[in-house]
Write a protein that binds this ligand. Structure first.
Ligand SMILES: NC(=O)c1ccc[n+]([C@@H]2O[C@H](COP(=O)([O-])OP(=O)(O)OC[C@H]3O[C@@H](n4cnc5c(N)ncnc54)[C@H](O)[C@@H]3O)[C@@H](O)[C@H]2O)c1
Length: 486
């Protein structure tokens, strides 16, 4: 059923209508027509005009019709042949957020491994770029062109459902039509700085992420309780405690009694908090409904090429280097390539887990192929190495020298509220035990990342390099451009 509905920008919507729409989980979508709406600020409301049925004047921007309907279901997830009982053998994987950085690479990887793949994406990430005047370092093709090209190169179909998972009717239709055996959920607003721009972005981030994930949980309950949810969490959920970080759970003895409990969470932005809320909701539904779920607490991802995205320039992944969406190592490589000093925040002792995007796709594949048991809420720490910001700056400086670049470093007042010197030792053995073969950050990889940044350096917008969102200066008033930190 195709229901790509006409949209209009509800600049004149009354507060009462807005309250109604919000309470029906239909309206907090970014306005796709924002430019035409004068000073109408993000997040704004998109409504469908139903003259005949005003009571259903709800926001819908969705097509739950697959763009490539020619692919039919190829197999059932459960095969009854084993003498020890049925074997769970997932074949159909829904990748929510499959137009994004990790999601696109993963969708292609799974398709290459002969999974039947459907991408679900609202394309809101591309809209954030338009609204904030940002762009990927690499030119990226539309999702429709990407999928067409993939089909012409490999003969493999990827189905596409364009819509917002906060709209349950859309998600309901997508589930009914595709019938996934596993769902990989990347589809969230994933930038900590973005969530700290202003009140409306903080609210949008939590609403988008928490309600989107809740809808996914209800969709799985409704359609297929056997379906395995693989959800992207973040190592940032744990914060930086002064003890070792375990994989999801910690055994504690208190007043003579012992229990294994969820590892304490100390999130450091409204974005990271949304991930903590997600984790709690998922853990609860595993317990209450017997859902099977894996929370992948991912570290900071770097790199751009995977085996599949390297097949053709139109399959190229996005590469964010700006102060809002860029991740540390990717940003440093671009800064080195254009002769901008590396921007070390504060003392630079901030230590985190990192991984190559080629390992992100491997980890997700391993999680799908080795699903959690019914009722199990499994947590894996998904990273391969730890680095401090100072470590990364030194690595990029040395790699730059070898390529004839003069790389300098500058200290920037830290826009975040975080410890700048701290203990950090996080476990990450469970994915290795399942067979992860990491791509560690060697000199050769850094050279290739730097060369990649050099190749596209003419596309760099220098005004986007410095951080300009302050955790302390977040205010109620909506910002058209992020708050200057200096
Ligand atoms: N990139 C990293 O370094 C990193 C690190 C740790 C965790 N993660 C997690 O991995 C996931 C993917 O990250 P990414 O870097 O690929 O982000 P991204 O922003 O590039 O991709 C997210 C995708 O989800 C889509 N999306 C967002 N909200 C949606 C909604 N309501 N309905 C449908 N689609 C929606 C966006 O349009 C986008 O294409 C996120 O959950 C993020 O928190 C990423």
């Amino acid at each position: 059923m195709a229901n790509l509905l006409s949209i209009s920008c509800a600049v004149n919507t009354s507060p009462a209508t807005r309250t109604y729409l919000r309470s029906h989980n239909k309206c907090v979508l970014p306005c796709h027509a924002y430019k035409a709406c004068g000073n109408h600020m993000f997040p704004s409301i998109i409504i469908k005009s139903h003259r005949e049925k005003p009571q259903r004047a709800i926001a819908v921007y969705a097509t739950a019709a697959s763009v490539s309907q020619d692919v039919k279901s190829i197999s059932e997830a459960w095969s009854p042949q084993s003498p020890s009982g049925p074997i769970y053998n997932p074949k159909k994987v829904m990748v929510i957020g499959g137009d994004g950085y990790c999601g696109w690479a993963t969708a292609l990887h799974l398709s290459n491994k002969n999974y039947e793949v459907a991408i679900v994406d609202s394309l809101v990430r591309r809209l954030f770029d338009h609204q904030l005047g940002l762009d990927s370092l690499t030119p990226i093709s539309s999702i429709q062109n990407r999928i067409r090209l993939w089909k012409s190169l490999t003969g493999k179909n990827i189905q596409l459902y364009v819509g917002d998972i906060c709209d349950f009717e859309f998600l309901f239709d997508a589930f009914k039509s595709f019938e996934p055996d596993a769902v990989v959920h990347f589809g969230e607003q994933r930038s900590a700085p973005y969530s700290m721009i202003d009140r409306s972005r903080a609210v949008f981030t939590q609403q988008n992420n928490v309600i989107g994930t809740l809808n996914v949980l209800f969709a799985i309950k409704e359609f297929s309780e056997e379906c395995h949810l693989v959800k992207l969490g973040t190592m940032g959920e744990y914060g930086t405690p002064n003890i070792d970080i375990e994989e999801g759970y910690i055994t504690i003895t208190h007043n003579g009694r012992t229990d294994t409990l969820p590892y304490p969470k100390q999130a450091s932005s409204f974005y990271h908090l949304s991930k903590v809320h997600d984790s709690h909701n998922i853990a609860f539904t595993c317990k209450a409904w017997g859902m099977r779920a894996t929370d992948l607490n991912q570290g900071v991802v770097y790199g751009v090429r995977t085996e599949e995205t390297a097949m053709h320039e139109e399959l190229c992944n996005r590469f964010d280097y700006d102060g809002v969406f860029g991740t540390a190592l990717n940003r440093f490589c671009v800064q080195a390539a254009v002769g901008h000093p590396l921007t070390v925040y504060g003392m630079g002792g901030q230590t985190r887990g990192y991984l190559d995007i080629r390992d992100t796709v491997q980890c997700v594949e391993l999680a799908i192929a080795n699903p959690a048991k019914p009722g199990e809420f499994r947590v894996f720490n998904q990273f391969t190495e730890q680095f401090s910001v100072n470590n990364l700056a030194a690595l990029v400086t040395n790699a730059g020298k070898k390529l004839g670049l003069e790389v300098k470093t500058m200290t920037v007042p830290n826009p975040r509220v975080e410890a700048e010197e701290h203990y950090y030792n996080a476990k990450h053995t469970k994915l290795m035990e399942l067979g992860l073969r990491p791509h560690l950050l060697s000199d050769s990889l850094l050279d290739s990342l730097l060369n990649f940044a050099i190749q596209f350096k003419d596309r760099v917008d220098h005004s986007q390099i410095m951080p300009n969102i302050s955790w302390k200066k977040i205010g109620v008033k909506a910002q058209t451009a992020p708050v200057q930190t200096s």
